[in-house]
Design a protein around this ligand. Structure first.
Ligand SMILES: Cc1cc2nc3c(=O)[nH]c(=O)nc-3n(C[C@H](O)[C@H](O)[C@H](O)COP(=O)(O)OP(=O)(O)OC[C@H]3O[C@@H](n4cnc5c(N)ncnc54)[C@H](O)[C@@H]3O)c2cc1C
Length: 279
């Protein structure tokens, strides 16, 4: 028997992108097509971040009459429209994967989480990241870094100034906004999705789920499946809490609520859900 340390791989590139949501993927593709040697790391197994199959926010930033996305984002959306007209999220994931994987100048590291860095004066010199699936540490030295992690990991690691919450209206001369700055952010939500099966389906709620036994408890919160427009955006928590550090607590609470709401839809009164199954 011998003592084998964890594997370490060093990379030297022109441009390192931390975070493989739409911002990071497109930054990486753009730089690579201009000839830069790029490393793109993402801490999840799929690209797309909030737009991936894991969160399922379709890209809708620019839509409506006479509005259209352009550039690489539009290239990806057109490819998806052609190959994935039914908007299946697994196919969408595969298109994003292919965009990064088939770009010759991009090294793609999935399941790789950046958690430390070194500085050279005011500039980032290298970042270090852990790849969960291969039990490997990756150190990436680059001339430029792009910070695309959504939750801003490079800011606290590098000591850069950043803000979380809402600024006072007076700071930038806004007419709406709080008088005094505070820590509030958007809340967090937990998506529930259901499918119609064409046969009766029962649902037994887990013992830890919330109980909404009375119709009044969900008053003004649309949850009738017979209405085409039913969605559950009202199931949101955490805007008053820290939506990074309290995430696990909020997730557990949202899961309780999500299962409780589904229990209500299936088992309390008639919500047109007899043939629906939780997906
Ligand atoms: C429910 C919901 C509704 C929304 N509605 C709208 C809307 O209507 N209009 C709108 O414009 N925007 C909306 N947004 C916001 C929109 O999704 C984001 O603005 C957009 O996703 C930002 O893209 P991004 O690539 O910057 O970050 P993200 O999509 O957050 O991607 C960041 C990626 O970085 C990865 N990452 C994080 N930390 C690390 C790390 N340490 N190392 C490596 N990788 C890391 C993450 O896993 C993720 O894959 C909504 C978001 C949600 C969740």
């Amino acid at each position: 028997m011998s003592k084998v340390p964890l594997k370490e791989i060093h990379h030297q590139v022109d441009f390192c992108v931390v975070g493989g949501g739409m911002a990071g993927l497109i930054a990486a593709m753009s730089a690579a097509r201009h000839g830069a040697k790029v490393l793109l790391m993402n801490d999840r197994p799929v690209l797309g971040g909030n737009a991936s199959s894991e969160i399922r926010m379709w890209i809708r930033g620019c839509h409506g009459r006479n509005n259209q996305e352009t550039g690489i984002l539009e290239e990806i959306l057109l490819e998806n429209m052609y190959r994935n007209p039914d908007r299946n999220y697994s196919i969408w994931d595969s298109i994003l994967f292919e965009k990064a994987k088939m770009e010759p100048n991009i090294t793609l590291l999935l399941n790789t989480s950046c958690n430390s860095l070194t500085m050279d004066g005011q500039r980032i010199k290298s970042v270090r990241a852990w790849q969960l699936t291969t039990y490997t540490w990756h150190t990436v030295q680059a001339r430029h870094f792009a910070h695309c992690s959504g939750d801003s990991i490079l800011a606290p690691l590098s000591g850069a100034e950043y803000r979380m919450g809402r600024e006072a209206a007076s700071e930038f001369g806004e007419d709406i906004g709080p008088e005094v700055e505070d820590k509030q952010t958007m809340g967090m939500t937990c998506m529930i999705q259901a499918r119609e099966t064409g046969r009766p389906v029962t649902f037994i709620s887990p013992v830890w789920a919330a109980k909404f036994d009375d119709e009044d408890m969900l008053k003004y919160r649309g949850h009738d499946l017979s209405s085409y427009t039913t969605n559950f955006w009202w199931m949101e928590l955490g805007g008053n809490q820290d939506s990074i550090h309290d995430t696990e607590e909020l997730r557990d609470e949202l899961l309780k609520i999500a299962f409780g709401v589904w229990d209500h839809i299936k088992n309390v009164g008639d919500h047109g859900a007899q043939h629906w199954d939780l997906e």
